[in-house]
Design a protein around this ligand. Structure first.
Ligand code: ADP
Ligand code: MG
Length: 246
């Protein structure tokens, strides 16, 4: 695998839920270090696409490769390979009975085989990166939503992912906490992290996206630079969507 090849390749992907077709002929390549923002109306298949890239969903046909390798549908190898794809959801999904530090060290110990000491050292560094190091010994319920989401980002980063997927990471947050999470994401983008971000935060898209992908009805209808897309959307669906955001 050459380092000039795209890191994520989604090819001719179809996803059915029973009779319903949630993804139709989706093709998307994400280059190393690229930040792709995925937008589109509710029900357009954005979450299904993220979940398919991470193998939380099994695609009906087509292929998805990360760094040249297709994730197996199941088995031991899946946990390891899935670790290469960090995922952050709208709901933070932290383990309530574990401390912040334990939430972040669990994966590296269980899946990557880190010693407790190594996992802790790494975790504290990553928590510092997202500004949560002082809360390491607290439990999730003692943190604000914005702090919890930053822990969820730290937990994904602790797995040394090659790419980070964010599915509406700020949609469940109180407005005053949105920016603290977006700032962490902008920081990651600047550090060169490869990212796929589903979000309605167009400020983030303008600031951090290399490319915007617009989805509707399970298809990618447009892809372009943020400038191109926001000033000159090509489809009625995208124009309509953008007009409703403002
Ligand atoms: P988005 O994230 O863009 O809002 P989703 O990917 O969540 O869209 O959903 C795309 C479509 O697939 C929606 O119509 C949704 O109802 C449907 N869908 C999603 N998950 C399931 C499921 N587990 N079973 C059946 N239909 C689903
Ligand atoms: Mg969704």
């Amino acid at each position: 695998m050459s380092t000039s090849d795209p890191l994520v390749v989604v090819e001719n992907v179809q996803k059915h839920y029973g009779e319903f077709q949630a993804l139709t002929d989706v093709n998307l390549s994400v280059e190393r270090g690229e930040v792709v923002v995925v937008i589109g109306p509710s029900g357009s298949g954005k979450s299904t696409l993220c979940r398919s890239i991470n193998r939380l969903e099994t695609i009906t046909s087509g292929s998805i490769r990360i760094d040249g390798t297709e994730l197996p549908a199941e088995g031991k190898k899946l946990a390891h390979l899935r670790a290469e794809v960090g995922m952050v959801f709208q709901s933070f999904n932290l383990f309530a009975h574990l401390t912040i530090l334990e939430n972040v060290t669990l994966g590296p110990i269980k899946v990557l085989g880190y010693s407790k000491a190594d996992a802790k050292r790494e975790a504290l560094q990553i928590l510092a990166r997202v500004g949560i190091e002082k809360q390491a010994d607290k439990f999730p319920a003692q943190l604000s939503g914005g702090q919890q989401q930053r822990v969820a980002i730290a937990r994904a980063l602790a797995m040394q992912p090659k790419v980070m997927l964010f599915d509406e990471p700020t949609s469940a947050l109180d407005p005053e906490m949105i920016n603290e999470v977006l700032d962490v994401m902008v920081g990651l983008a600047k550090e060169g992290m490869t990212m796929v971000v589903v979000t309605h935060e167009m400020g983030f898209a303008r600031k951090a996206a290399d490319r915007v992908v617009f989805m509707a009805d399970g298809q990618i209808l447009e892809t372009g630079s943020p400038e191109e897309f926001f000033t000159n959307p090509k489809t009625d669906r995208a124009r309509d969507f953008l007009s409703k955001l403002i």
